[in-house]
Ligand binder design. Structure first.
Ligand code: GLY
Ligand code: MN
Length: 494
């Protein structure tokens, strides 16, 4: 399982292979004498998360791989990002060692957790200089077992020992199946496929699917560390939006101004965080009506509204998810403002009802009442707002086909495997963080709306924390009313 053979580049390899060379490159290196780190802040939170999943699956071995980098082409990979369940249960961030695996073994009082990772190969190894994937000369040194144990507050062991551990497991093992397909396949081959793949009922054992569900639901309520990371992500995202506005002259001057927006935001994401939490949407003019416009190869014309949906992911992998729709020339036209005001009213109405005890679904329903009312008032619907809101009608949804909210955290669409009754039909609890993101999108060829509305797309998206008795808009510091937005552009931009 722990294959360390580099992928073939023998047709262009120039690495010297003589023992004379190996002896030389492996010698005369200074000793490393680093003090052990103290535990990072998230270590205790990660331990508490492990305790909660342990309590849900007594007596079962739980295997949570970080995974490996996905191949882009040949020997080039996409940047490595560990599986979110692994990040959540270990607290390890961007410095995660590729291919690590967390194993939680049943014990008398729950589970014992051991983090298996590839320890330093040493300078006398060939890996040291000749393995482009993991070698120290190529990708930098790895921490020692003792360093990671101290840093994350968890027992560690060399990945080389994992095959034996996994080889000794019986069918009581549960694995996060999509984290490392090779590891999952190896378990399946040995134990029968799929591992524990029985749909759980009160009478049958929990399956891997149930583990995935429970790991998702474990993340529905954020702990204080997670909330703080999300605040940092929102803060960096605000700076990213500031940067974009400051660049509006360059954006307007370039034939692919949307790319300038994307590049400027992404520069901030890389500088202040790990990267973007999802592909930036930079959608100007009628592109704003394409909900996930990420090609971003359009021009930005004077007078356009540009819809920017972007979020910085910080080094712990928590991400913001913010949308602002901005008039690039500095002021909204009357019709742009009319649409913007309607979306803002929907967002504010939805925000106003958020408090513990409501259902998640009510947030969307509240926003939709405003969207239906506005589009009815403007004469776009074939029926009244009230009739449109009937489940079998929903005419207003032509102008907003997406949902209003999703959970946010380590993933932009967090908790994706939670049960429906825990998610859309779930009860809102303190510590939940989700988006509120209504929009109105009038396609450029939509004959149900007057010409002056066609090609206008507006979304306003904020990240909301549920508090003990209400809600806090984490992104309230990013201007959102029309006059705030105009002031922001006047101040920051052109
Ligand atoms: N920010 C993109 C989305 O929520 O789908
Ligand atoms: Mn979103």
């Amino acid at each position: 399982m722990a294959d360390t053979t580099p992928r073939a580049t023998s047709n262009r390899s120039t690495t010297p292979g003589s023992s004379t060379f190996k002896d030389f490159i492996g010698s005369q290196w200074a000793e490393r004498d680093r003090p052990l780190p103290s535990a990072r802040e998230q270590a205790t939170f990660a331990a508490a998360r492990r305790d909660r999943i342990s309590a849900l699956h007594p007596g079962r071995t739980i295997v949570v791989p970080a995974g490996t980098a996905k191949v882009r082409s040949n020997d080039c990979d996409y940047p490595f990002r560990p599986h979110s369940a692994f990040a959540h249960l270990t607290g390890w961030g961007t410095d995660t060692v590729v291919g690590s695996v967390l194993v939680m073994t049943p014990s008398d009082d729950g589970h014992d957790a051991t983090l298996y990772f590839r320890a330093t190969a040493g300078r006398d190894s060939e890996e040291f200089y000749a393995n482009p994937e993991i070698g120290e000369f190529w990708v930098g040194p790895r921490p020692s077992l003792a360093e990671v144990a101290a840093d994350l507050g968890v027992a560690t062991a060399d990945l080389g020992a994992l095959d034996t551990v996994l080889g000794a497991l019986d069918d009581q093992v549960l694995v996060v199946r999509d984290a490392d397909v090779d590891l999952t396949r190896a378990l399946d081959d040995r134990l029968g496929s799929p591992v524990g793949g029985v749909a759980a009922t009160d009478d049958t054992p929990a399956s891997d699917d149930v583990l995935a569900r429970d790991l998702s639901e474990l993340r529905l309520v954020k702990d204080p560390f997670e909330v703080n990371e999300l605040r940092k992500a929102v803060d960096a995202t605000k700076h990213g939006f500031d940067d974009v506005i400051a660049d509006f002259d360059a954006v307007l001057a370039h034939p692919r101004g949307e790319r300038i927006v994307e590049g400027t935001f992404n520069r901030r994401a890389r500088a202040d965080g790990n990267t973007v939490g999802y592909d930036t949407i930079a959608a100007s003019g009628h592109h704003a009506c394409i909900l996930h416009w990420t090609r971003n190869d359009g021009a930005v014309q004077p007078g356009d509204l540009i819809l920017i949906d972007a979020g910085v992911e910080v080094d712990s992998f928590y991400t913001a998810d913010i949308t602002r729709t901005l008039p690039v020339s500095g002021t909204f036209t009357d019709v742009q403002r009319m649409v913007y005001d309607a979306v803002l009213e929907a967002a504010d109405a939805a925000f106003a009802i958020v408090k513990p005890g409501i259902t998640f679904r009510q947030v969307h329903a509240t926003a939709m009442e405003v969207i239906a009312r506005k589009t009815a008032e403007w004469g776009f619907l074939p029926v009244s707002a009230e009739e449109s809101l009937q489940p079998d009608n929903q005419f207003h949804r032509r102008y907003m086909v997406h949902g209003t909210s999703h959970h946010l955290g380590l993933d932009v669409h967090d908790c994706a495997k939670a049960r429906r009754e825990m998610y859309i039909d779930g009860i809102v609890e303190p510590g939940m963080v989700f988006t509120i993101e209504p929009g109105l999108y009038f396609q450029q060829d939509d004959l149900t709306v007057p010409e002056e509305f066609r090609g206008i797309g507006v979304r306003i998206e904020d990240d909301v924390l549920v508090t003990a008795d209400g809600a806090e808009n984490l992104s309230v510091g990013i201007p959102r009313t029309p006059s705030e937005v105009e002031g922001w552009i006047a101040r920051t931009g052109r």
